[in-house]
Design a protein around this ligand. Structure first.
Ligand code: CAA
Length: 377
């Protein structure tokens, strides 16, 4: 069978962050609760001119730069913080990337699991259509109410992945493990900008779904894994996942949460930001190593799967850009964050023009239509 998998991968996040020590002070908590208790140090904050589309576009530009986009015949957008009840987010990316008109374009939704659903849909497309390639973008603004427990686990970011035959980075193993079962741990009713969550229940579900999908994966594969990346709503959750599988925290690879700790939750993109963290921060050469990936989407669907790293994969990772995405962000105060929070998704964002975005900028809403333009620096 032809090898199919990840040919390119990159991510983006917003240009702004808050420090969780300052957040703790503003919420009458101690720094240790967030730095150690949730294992989160910083959190990316989206300004009003940045949204799910603009974040996704920056990630998509990162993977398609110097790439022959004529090869892309399918574009799938995975998100749980989309900007329209009907029109896809993917079609905006198709437009601004200038993809060809014969490219198939659509969105997929199932909470944080949607990115993985998109990856396997792309995998099936490439297998059924030899020689063709697919672009998957996963993008989210994780948003809970101000002064709620969930507020500490927000964040924003996007990952873009090109799926092809003979991939340069990692081969996907199609034999996976699944567990699906309806639950009300986290949801966002139509018309709301913030998610509703039962925090304790969501953590329990995350862990019980991990055990069930891991068992199914092992039933189908019986395979030793060199490393595991987890869906990372906050880094302590990934550590708890590791402990649930191995019984202790020994060998938990902190490289796999290096960027998540500084960005926060990105829902659909979080697992893949963990993968990028592992690949770019691990000193050891991971060529031919098997990496397990745990994808969990509230509501709830989970899938445990694996990839085998290709020799020379490092040549296709733009680690300087990954670091720049994080290091070039601007530190804002909690007061500025709260102002931004209240302005997010407002139709008229003119007064906040000083805030910068990535490659694309959301300008506001005119006649019920969202308006975007490429960002000129
Ligand atoms: N020093 C060190 N640790 C401290 C501390 C201190 N001074 N004070 C508290 N802690 C620890 C606590 O012991 C706890 O750790 P353990 O769970 O290991 O015991 C941790 O800090 C958090 O403390 P609390 O449970 O008291 O925190 P909280 O009530 O404020 O809420 C939360 C935490 C439930 C995660 C909340 O932020 C939340 O609801 N987040 C959104 C839901 C979520 O992310 N769920 C994850 C699974 S669902 C999923 O994965 C899908 C998705 O993306 C949403």
């Amino acid at each position: 069978m032809q090898d199919i998998g990840i040919n390119r991968i990159s991510f983006s996040t917003s240009r702004y962050f808050i420090d969780m020590a300052e957040f703790a002070l503003s919420r009458n908590q101690v720094k240790a609760k967030y730095y150690d208790g949730l294992m989160q140090e910083k959190m990316s904050i989206p300004p009003p001119c940045e949204d799910t589309i603009t974040l996704a576009f920056s990630a998509a530009v990162n993977v398609t730069d110097k790439y022959d986009i004529e090869k892309i015949d399918l574009l799938i957008f995975a998100t749980e913080s989309g900007i329209d009840e009907s029109k896809s987010c993917a079609i905006y990316i198709h437009k601004f990337l200038n993809l060809k008109s014969t490219c198939k374009v659509f969105d997929i939704k199932q909470a944080c699991y949607a990115g993985t659903a998109a990856i396997f849909t792309a995998y099936a497309f490439v297998r059924a259509n030899p020689g063709r390639q697919a672009l998957v973008v996963m993008s989210d603004v994780a948003r809970y109410g101000l002064h709620t427990p969930g507020e500490a686990t927000q964040g924003c970011g996007a990952v873009a992945v090109i799926i092809s035959e003979n991939p340069s980075i990692a081969v996907i193993n199609p034999k996976t493990g699944i567990h699906s079962e309806e639950s009300m741990d986290f949801w966002r009713p139509v018309g709301r900008n913030e998610a509703i969550v039962n925090g304790a229940m969501s953590a329990k579900k995350y862990l019980s779904f991990l055990k069930r999908s891991y068992e199914d994966f092992q039933k189908n594969n019986g395979m030793e894994l060199d490393h595991i990346c987890f869906h990372t709503p906050f880094c302590k959750m990934a550590l708890k996942g590791h402990i649930a599988l191995y019984g202790n925290r020994d060998n938990f690879n902190v490289n796999s949460i290096a960027y998540n700790r500084l960005i926060g939750n990105c829902y659909t993109a979080s697992l893949y930001i963990s993968l990028i963290s592992l690949l770019s921060n691990t000193k050891e050469d991971l060529s031919r190593r098997i990496i397990g990936l745990y994808s969990y989407g509230s509501g709830s669907v989970s899938e445990f799967f694996s990839v085998r790293m290709q020799a020379g994969y490092m040549d296709f990772l733009n680690i300087d850009l990954f670091k720049k995405n994080i290091e070039d962000r601007i530190h804002i105060s909690i007061k500025e964050y709260e102002n931004i929070y209240d302005s997010y998704c407002l139709d008229d964002i003119k007064n906040l023009d000083y805030l910068t975005s990535g490659e694309l900028r959301f300008l506001g809403v005119s006649d019920d239509m969202r308006v975007y333009e490429k960002y000129k620096r």
